[in-house]
Design a protein around this ligand. Structure first.
Ligand code: ZN
Length: 286
């Protein structure tokens, strides 16, 4: 499932392509035809992400999209070429002066008013990719829970935007046992987890790729600070994960391989229907 960095990158891409432009909207597949008519000919004012939710303000309404497991919203330049015919089940197509975008297979695609938009956002925890987030409410929810921190991090009402990969990787980076009950988690440890998400997720947004290996985090951070990453970001369409960096992880999908910190074999188990990867030797309760 796309994690929050993918949705923020998508919002950025939609803004670069369509912001302040009048757009054409249509539903080649037909399932969104009546709603697309409301959007057609309106100006796209703003696109923003909250966790895994995308809100695109078009005219007086907001397009609310959640990609779910298989959804994809590719934004591409027209490049002076005629608009290509839709391929497959395109729920919504947006066309601007220089770009077009096709939305396929979303879990949610609906029009909402601003009040409903606020209501949806109010159910979400702080988002490490948004500025000025208050993390106290998240900590309050964590300290009331008997659930493990590994499970709590996936709860969008605790933290918005974290999915399975960031969950596994961050807990390994901070060396926390994912089964530490929320109410036993040290507030300092929570702050470390949050700060690590605030460090890592913007790199994911920039490169459309989850980057957690220390050497890659250092290289990606340097590229971002120097502005060298801007051209890479501009080229990404959202159709596939970026591959600027070799796909390597600390524990994610590394069952049985050696933990990069202590050498013990990485383990996996099912938690709430998702596979959790961790090192039982060096990830401890604290
Ligand atoms: Zn280890």
């Amino acid at each position: 499932m796309p994690e929050g960095h993918t949705i923020h990158a998508l919002a950025d891409r939609l803004e670069r392509a369509f912001r302040s432009h009048r757009i054409e909207a249509m539903s080649p597949q037909g399932r969104f035809a009546a709603d697309a008519e409301h959007l057609d000919g309106q100006v796209l004012e703003r696109a923003q992400a909250w966790g895994k939710h995308l809100f695109v303000e078009i005219g007086a309404v907001t397009l609310h999209v959640h990609l779910g497991l298989i959804g994809q919203f590719a934004v591409k330049p027209l490049g002076g070429m005629p608009l290509p015919s839709p391929v497959g089940a395109v729920r919504l197509r947006l066309v601007g002066p220089e770009h077009w975008a096709d939305l396929r297979g979303p879990m949610i695609c609906t029009l909402v008013d601003r009040a409903r938009q606020r209501e949806i956002i109010s159910t979400l925890g702080p988002d490490p990719l948004r500025r000025a987030q208050r993390t106290e409410a998240a900590m309050a929810r964590i300290t009331k829970s008997r659930k493990g921190i590994g499970e709590l991090l996936m709860d969008q009402s605790v933290v918005a935007g974290v999915g399975n990969v960031y969950r596994c990787e961050v807990l390994h980076r901070i060396a926390v046992d994912p089964f530490t009950p929320g109410r036993e988690l040290d507030p300092t440890t929570w702050q470390q987890i949050w700060q690590d998400l605030v460090l890592l997720m913007p790199l994911g947004r920039t490169f459309s790729q989850i980057i957690t290996m220390p050497d890659q985090v250092a290289a990606a951070s340097r590229a971002r600070r120097s502005g060298r990453s801007r051209e890479i970001t501009r080229r990404l369409t959202g159709e596939r994960l970026g591959d600027t960096f070799e796909r390597r992880f600390l524990v994610y999908k590394r069952t049985g391989e050696a933990c990069p910190r202590c050498g013990a074999p990485v383990r996996d188990t099912q938690v709430s229907g998702r596979t959790l990867y961790w090192c039982p030797a060096c990830q401890v309760r604290h």
